[in-house]
Design a protein around this ligand. Structure first.
Ligand code: FA5
Length: 337
């Protein structure tokens, strides 16, 4: 029996079978225990000898059991450690790093420039009322100039704003009667324009507004010149061309020297050497008065520019739609800029 027990113990490889072995050879129903219980039937002479023998056997089995348990536990621990080892020669896991979208980048750059000139940054609603988008900007209900901006209407009174200019009015109402006002407002605007290389039905504008006593057209030109130089370099010049907006008088369209040909004429600027980047003008007296700033005391200028057009100029993007397609090949180019 003893030899058989040791033989079987030799074959045991894991903790579970080791437990079973213990029950079979050392447990309450094991032969060894049964024999110990029957010792009472032996005569007084053989009993101590037999008892001693049984004890020796039990101790031997228990000793064998203990050393087997230790060796199994050590083996199992080794196996666990082996499974947990880190192979430091494996290549690292690749993590994609995003890039700031060119439109966001241009907006940030422009915000920085105007913050440096003491402007605040404000934010306004994309769903606007007809009143703020048009009427308070000197565009009453049947004004023909409403056709300049084809509008997505939600109801008769609610619409998707067609420009950021309603924020001129909201800002003046909010700031009243404080002066000066110096604010820029970046945001999304919407128009029923056909999408093409330079037009999108949803695009971004940055509105600018300055209101104070004694603001003149030369202040507008000075601010825009400082802005253009900060954005494109000291050599940059701006050109104001007469234009028309119902909410400014006089009004101007503002061009920059074409950054691709430096004014010599190329495909991008249609050989004119200049590229239009914004509309601007002196805030119409009626707009000032409606918003609570007495036009006999205050004057101001405003402008509205398209960051998409500026991003295209700055980064040589030839089709505005590329800015909205989320093509990673385009976006990745801005990861390290
Ligand atoms: C306006 O929206 C006026 N609110 C600008 C303004 C503000 C004038 C304050 C006077 C005072 P305009 O429709 O020209 O004007 O748009 C201004 C700029 O937005 C354009 O110069 C152009 O850069 C950009 N833009 C206009 N339409 C689109 C379009 N469909 N897709 C992309 N950019 C556009």
């Amino acid at each position: 029996l003893h030899a058989k027990a040791l033989q079987e113990l030799d074959d045991v490889q894991d903790t579970k079978r080791l437990g079973e072995w213990r029950v079979a050879y050392l447990g309450k129903k094991s032969e060894l225990t049964t024999l110990s219980k029957q010792m009472g039937q032996l005569d007084a002479q053989t009993r101590p000898l037999f008892g001693q023998l049984l004890n020796e056997r039990r101790q031997a089995l228990e000793g064998a059991f203990t050393s087997k348990r230790e060796s199994i536990e050590a083996a199992e621990q080794n196996a666990r450690l082996a499974a947990e080892t880190i192979d430091i020669t494996l290549p690292g896991r690749h993590r994609d790093v995003g890039a700031v979208h060119p439109i966001s980048r241009v907006i940030r750059d422009i915000e920085d420039i105007f913050l440096g000139m003491g402007f605040m940054i404000a934010d306004g609603p994309e769903v606007e009322t007809d009143r703020y988008n048009f009427e308070m900007l000197n565009l009453p209900k049947d004004h023909p100039a409403r056709d300049m901006q084809d509008t997505f209407y939600i109801t008769e009174e609610l619409l998707m704003r067609t420009h950021t200019s309603p924020m001129q009015v909201r800002t003046m109402e909010q700031m009243h009667p404080h002066a000066p006002i110096k604010v820029i407002v970046p945001g999304r605007v919407y128009r029923r324009d056909e999408d093409d290389a330079t037009h999108s039905h949803a695009f971004t504008q940055i509105e600018g507004l300055v209101v104070d006593k004694g603001i003149r057209m030369s202040d507008l030109k000075g601010v825009l010149e400082a802005f253009a130089k900060a954005l494109f370099g000291e050599h940059q010049r701006v050109r104001l061309r007469p234009s028309y907006f119902p909410f400014t008088e006089p009004s101007a369209e503002v061009d920059l020297v074409c950054v691709h040909c430096q004014g010599h004429g190329c495909r991008v600027c249609k050989d004119t050497g200049w590229i239009e980047i914004l509309g601007a003008g002196m805030v119409h007296p009626r707009v000032l008065d409606m918003a609570g700033y007495d036009s006999s005391i205050y004057s101001g200028f405003a402008f509205g520019m398209g960051p998409e057009r500026i991003a295209m100029l700055k980064y040589g993007i030839t089709d505005i739609r590329q800015l909205y397609q989320n093509d990673l090949r385009l976006l990745r180019q801005f990861a390290k800029v």
